[in-house]
Design a protein. Sequence first.
Lengths: 115, 115
Amino acid sequence: KAGVTQTPRYLIKTRGQQVTLSCSPISGHRSVSWYQQTPGQGLQFLFEYFSETQRNKGNFPGRFSGRQFSNSRSEMNVSTLELGDSALYLCASSLGSARDADIQYFGAGTRLSVL
Amino acid sequence: AQTVTQSQPEMSVQEAETVTLSCTYDTSESNYYLFWYKQPPSRQMILVIRQEAYKQQNATENRFSVNFQKAAKSFSLKISDSQLGDTAMYFCAFMKPPTGNQFYFGTGTSLTVIP
């Protein structure tokens, strides 16, 4: 069974640009969550999508957005990039049960560098 | 809001020895889940162990076990017979159903196993 796939692995952008990251979950998983990982702030929750709907949202500005497609693949978009957006962006997929604690399976991440 | 604290940024242990990583959390909830995730240098986060708050019995997975003290809001991870492959960042995480998959992570402990 293939794991969670994130593309691209590395990205270099300049301030003011926008970027789109992609996440393909494990087959059969309907929930996709996104996290930002930085040395200073650690892992911070961005948002979760389930069945094409945003189910949970963290405390990030509106420049960070996402969507999920009918095949559960998800994209995250960051507009008007700032230097502080440089981070490792992790995607995690799970079955999506809201009643019990799903096990989240993580991708290898996309390293975004903003110059 | 839930907070998770890992007070040991770095730790080291001799191969074959035992090491304990600390984690405390703050919540007013009674039903929740706690996790330890491992992030090796390859960056892929891997679930180590999971504990349901309503279970008094401490979870174990082979060489990994936890000491869950609900009243003290403490959730430490014990690694027995440490192996070189255990070298990684270890993150403690909290999740409260039925909020979906919004995880709160600690800042991590970098563990180095010394041969």
